[in-house]
Design a protein around this ligand. Structure first.
Ligand code: PLP
Length: 469
């Protein structure tokens, strides 16, 4: 298979209604991919929840900076000083974007997983953690240092979530610090959690709260002050800035009192043969050479999203998400997964199963026959997806095996997600492809290879992209 970015005529199996241009330009918008059935087509990237494409603006900013790239906090040279200033001004931009409190710290990390593991590493002795079982594994699993982790069952509505947390905190006897970890928007259902209410309950019980904003931040501005959360974590690559950086922002005290997350240069102020004095401030937990390009890219994305107007972006996304959900609702074989019900506020993430179809085969056919990139699986939220599927076993069926007979449970799901770079016609093309696959079946046969569902005898050859080495 080869991938290119030309503008040649192509076979479009199902053209969508041309809509307004997406509000933000992204790199790769016109990339074309080959189809297993012949010809090529503009790639419809509908897996933003995994990684969003890079904003053109972010790419331009990074390209403009690259000639001036230098080491941060280390060199005496002009470019090193410029890069250090850029790194620190990126921190200030992110702080403003997140509307943090004056005493809060913004730390650059590798992403949400890294941010939450960092926070887990600084938990004061004896901390007890509370987390809903609906969380992404990045929020479920890092709390190994905690004295105890209480997993709250999947809530069925906002009021239930708040009441469950209230009851769990009230029933939890003992002194010592407590931390609640909650997602802003589910990476499976896209549904929003009542973060401000959960924060209020947590604080009423003297607990702190960290917000996993990996899926929320790309769709809504996150105000640390407004939501009154103690920390927030998110990833650059989901916020249109795929340069390897993420953010942990919030209260400084636990961070200041703990040993550095990573021991090494930058985290240390003074080192002798047998002693070390650790740095204060963000540097304490940012050992090693800082990722200035990643930090700058996130700051650039924050600026671009702010300038585009969060309300404008949200309104357009809501309209397109409604079109997507309405379209899926018209296919009787499709069942969408949700916790809180159809009226619940959500971001542009929808997971579903198709009756009579193995989800991996469905996703593989969307890719190979229609050039549409979605995701299939359990989305690193195994407890939640299994609960929503009613799955009784861990093992997804081989995708080359006959599909699950109509009415039988599916063992994994399909997720479609989009954002500010998605043109309307990609959603229309996706809906047309779903209808066609359900009505007519796949035109190709598929098999399981290395755990992935792949086309049998793929005529496109190995995956490659023109000019990418
Ligand atoms: N939290 C949520 C809700 C996510 O969706 C993800 C990634 O999909 C993560 C955390 C982990 O993010 P990352 O892989 O960038 O560390």
């Amino acid at each position: 298979m080869s991938v290119s970015a030309p503008a040649a005529p192509s076979t479009e199996p199902s053209a969508g209604t041309p809509g307004l241009a997406p509000p933000l330009a992204v790199v790769g918008r016109d990339v074309r991919v080959p189809l297993v059935t012949g010809g090529d087509i503009e790639y419809a990237a509908l897996d933003y929840a995994a990684s969003a494409p890079c904003l053109q603006r972010v790419w331009d900013d990074v390209a403009a900076y690259l000639p001036f790239y230098g080491s941060v906090h280390r060199g005496a040279g002009y470019l090193s000083q410029l890069s250090t200033d850029l790194y620190e001004s990126s921190r200030a931009t992110v702080a403003a974007y997140l509307d943090v409190r004056p005493d809060d710290q913004v730390l650059f990390t590798r992403g949400t997983t890294d941010s939450l593991n960092l926070l887990a590493s600084v938990l004061p002795y004896g901390t007890r953690v509370f987390v809903f079982e609906t969380e992404h594994h990045a929020a479920l699993l890092p709390w190994r240092r905690a004295d105890r982790v209480t997993r709250l069952p999947a809530p069925t509505d906002h009021a239930g979530a708040v009441a469950a947390l209230d009851a769990a905190l009230a029933a939890d006897a003992g002194d010592g610090p407590r931390l609640v970890c909650v997602t802003g928007a589910s990476n499976v259902t896209g549904e929003l959690f009542p973060v401000a209410d959960l924060a209020r309950v947590a604080h009423r019980h003297g607990a702190r709260i960290v917000l996993d904003a990996a899926q929320l931040a790309p769709h809504h501005p996150v105000s640390v002050t407004g939501l009154d959360v103690d920390w927030v974590a998110f990833s650059g690559h989901k916020l249109y800035a795929p340069f390897g950086a993420g953010v942990l922002a919030g209260r400084a005290d636990w961070l200041a009192d703990a040993e550095p997350y990573l021991a090494g240069g930058g985290a240390s102020k003074s080192v002798t043969a047998d002693s070390v004095e650790w740095n204060d401030g963000p540097a304490r937990h940012e050992a090693g050479s800082p990722n200035v390009i990643g930090a700058y890219a996130i700051a650039s994305a924050c600026r671009a999203l702010t300038e585009a107007g969060p309300a404008v972006l949200a309104a357009r996304e809501e309209a397109l998400a409604a079109r997507l959900r309405d379209g899926l609702a018209q296919v009787p074989e499709v069942r969408t997964l949700e916790l809180f019900g159809p009226e619940s506020p959500r971001v542009a993430v929808v997971s579903f199963v198709v009756d009579g179809w193995n989800s991996s085969r469905f996703a593989a056919a969307l890719s190979a026959e229609y050039g549409i990139g979605v995701r299939d699986g359990l989305f690193c939220a195994h407890p939640l997806v299994r609960r929503l599927l009613g799955a009784r076993t861990d093992a997804p069926a081989e995708c080359g095996a006959p599909d699950a007979p109509t009415g039988e449970q599916n063992l994994n799901a399909i997720r479609v997600s989009f954002g500010a770079g998605t043109p309307d016609e990609h959603i229309d093309r996706f809906l047309a492809a779903v209808r066609e696959l359900v009505r007519r079946g796949a035109r190709w046969s598929y098999r399981t290879d290395g755990g992935r569902c792949v086309p049998d005898a793929d005529p496109r050859g190995p995956v490659a992209a023109a000019g990418v080495r």
